[in-house]
Write a protein that binds this ligand. Structure first.
Ligand code: HEC
Ligand code: HEC
Length: 386
């Protein structure tokens, strides 16, 4: 056991002991009263509001359950008593988390009363899972669950940004990528390589054309699996299957991936930017930049502290019930035509991930516009089957 644990335990024992002593010191009911209530033993047990000074929502709870209840709350949130309580004055309501906790207790009672026949199905732990801010976003495969505020570090004081400003981060990224002149000179990019997922590997060809067209062909035994964006429409197709239309938030994501000049376009994508200190991306120290977008979830960008290149992009698709994350890790940057390009990237979502490794790359070669024309779908689309 660590020293801190021992200390906490000792404090707890002292507190519990004190409370038992306090309770014992209080005048006991007259024996006759006790006898007359013998038929209803429950009435002999003190309630929390009788034994303690300032009980508002845990009324009717047996007094001897109050401290275990507090331990349950502490364990559920992963905090110590002082997170909510003023030392030595547990009845005081000076700390905001204590007031919030009252509302949460009422909410928990209401959730169970309204939805689970008063059975205690949902508890503090159901949502909190050992942390003060519950996680509302399923993590991408292999990542730890973190709430939006943990991801963007809005609550972590002391993690205030002391590094470069957002403008400096983007400027360094543009410079590291080859500079805006070289970047903007790129009009097309053709990449060949392989894509790996679920232990399988397939050849893949990716064609990009400015301003925002991109199509990829994954060559499988059954035929090609195609993912495409032509500037305003996106689709996925598989030989023998109906066309899947890409819509809404996913379409915006496709547009980001199709942008050959992302480095020089980053700034105008955001309505606001904040640098949020340092983070590790696969053991590499990185600066985190949070890009805010009007009415849309933010995009988190992690820049390599040394090279300034983009190591990770974490973005979210809005749904009716919550946000779905997509995380792309970029690696194996190589230079081609004066610009630095990641030859490897891993795209991860909650339900899976894939890695693309590029082996051949050509830029500024002609790509026929016909390549990006949405195919006629004989079977109709998933949304509008014929
Ligand atoms: C997340 C916030 C939170 C934490 C952590 C917490 N408590 Fe509480 N505590 C409360 C709330 C809220 C009440 C008041 C409940 C009510 O109004 O019914 C309370 C009441 C109490 C009271 C009654 C005080 C009085 O006289 O009215 C005691 C004693 C107490 N807590 C002890 C503890 C101990 C010991 C711990 C650590 C093991 C702890 N609490 C951890 C929120 C918390
Ligand atoms: C249905 C989910 C849910 C349940 C159940 C729940 N909470 Fe919460 N709680 C939340 C969310 C979400 C937040 C964060 C709100 C925010 O970030 O503004 C929160 C915030 C809090 C906070 C404020 C934390 C801080 O950093 O100041 C406290 C304290 C708290 N909850 C206590 C409790 C206690 C005690 C229980 C059990 C009685 C409980 N919660 C049950 C969802 C829940």
């Amino acid at each position: 056991m660590t020293r801190r644990c021992t200390l906490v335990l000792a404090t707890l024992l002292i507190i519990c002991g004190l409370i038992i002593l306090m309770a014992a010191a209080k005048p006991q009911p007259h024996p006759s009263v006790q006898n007359s209530q013998a038929a209803v033993p429950a009435a002999q047990i003190k309630t929390a509001e009788e034994a303690f000074k300032n009980i508002q929502v845990l009324k009717g709870v047996p007094a001897d359950q109050l401290i275990p209840t507090m331990q349950f709350i502490s364990a559920s949130l992963g905090v110590e008593c002082e997170f909510c309580h003023v030392k030595g004055a547990f009845e005081k309501d000076d700390k905001k988390p204590k007031q919030t906790a009252r509302k949460m207790i009422e909410m928990m009672f209401a959730i169970n009363a309204d939805n689970f026949d008063r059975n205690r199905e949902v508890t503090c732990y159901s949502c909190h899972r050992g942390r003060t801010s519950p996680v509302g976003i399923p993590p991408v495969l292999g990542a730890e669950a973190r709430s939006m505020s943990e991801l963007t570090q809005t609550q972590a004081e002391g993690k205030q940004n002391t590094g470069p400003t957002p403008d400096q981060l983007i400027e360094k990224y543009v410079r590291a990528s080859g500079g805006s002149t070289a970047i903007d000179k790129i009009t097309t990019r053709v990449m060949k390589g392989k894509i790996e997922f679920a232990g399988m590997s397939y050849p893949i060809d990716i064609y990009s054309k400015e301003p925002d067209e991109r199509i990829s062909f994954m060559h499988m035994q059954e035929g090609d699996s195609v993912t495409a964006f032509n500037g305003h429409e996106g689709w996925m197709s598989m030989t023998g299957r109906p066309l899947h239309e890409i819509r809404g938030g996913e379409l915006e994501e496709a547009a980001i991936d199709a942008d050959l000049h992302l480095a020089t376009h980053l700034k105008q994508m955001f309505s606001g930017m904040e640098a949020r200190g340092t983070e590790k991306v696969n053991d590499q120290p990185a600066y985190l930049l949070v890009g805010e977008r009007e009415g849309k979830p933010p995009i988190l960008l992690y820049f390599d502290q040394q090279s300034g290149l983009l190591l990770r992009m974490l973005r979210f698709t809005e749904t009716a019930l919550g946000r779905l994350p997509t995380q792309i890790d970029y690696a194996d940057y190589r230079e081609s035509d004066g610009v630095k390009i990641p030859y490897r990237w891993t795209l991860a979502r909650p339900n899976g991930e894939f890695t693309v490794q590029i082996s051949e790359l050509q830029q500024n070669v002609a790509i026929d516009d016909a390549k990006f024309v949405r195919p006629f779908a004989p079977g109709g689309t998933e949304a509008n089957p014929k």
